[in-house]
Write a protein that binds this ligand. Sequence first.
Ligand code: G3H
Length: 255
Amino acid sequence: VFMDEIMGISELEEKIKKKLGIKKVIILPGNADDDSLVIKDIGKATYKYLTKIIKNDYIIGVTGGNTMLEFANCCHETKKYENILVVPARGGLGKEVEIQSNNIAAIIGKKFGGNYKLLHVPDNVTEETLNSLILEPEINKTLNHIQNVDILVFGVGRADDMARRRKMLDSDYQYIMSKGAVGEAFGYYFNRDGEIIYETSTIGIKLENFKAIKNTIGIVGGSRKAEAILAISKIKKDLVLVTDEGAANKICELI
Ligand code: G3H
């Protein structure tokens, strides 16, 4: 018998919230691994939750990925809020342009009144180049906004999937796997205890910033991502998680 047959969704939400020890859990029916429409429902539920906490003058940070793109497409055009600014959380994570955080920030920014910033950082540049990029006035301004986000909406990936998607060097891949990397978010790879195993070299939000953000909404579906959810939940106890039954049931098996 599947968990959802014997337990209502709200009970399951309460159970997962307790298990993970985080602020809030929203669970959508189904499993994104088998049904891509579930990601749309996660997107819709995220927008609904966002409108409950958003206020005038807020800065919203966003990351990249397919889940985030669905969420962006689920946001409604609204003039209800004044002076909302949308920024990508981190630049240059080597993804296809459509699912890059820049594109997602632009889509969401347009829907909330048109105010958004982009962060253009080339992939695989040296530390030295990154350090001089940070000093560019426009980039510096954007980085300031990023450090002051009021709400961060972010996707979470499996470490192995994300390393492959970003064409990580084989030696680095072997290294992170040997260290038990299970999850990835905004360029950081974590083990199941939430310890950093590897950090993609780029600019934007740092883990210290992430820990200090008041409102963080992790959006992640599918039982395959259950361990990645465990990792991110270790780092951020006031996390709001929007997920699906597939992931929730798998979490119940794991912990
Ligand atoms: O950083 C994690 C990824 O953005 C998750 O991407 O939603 O395409 O699985 P995804």
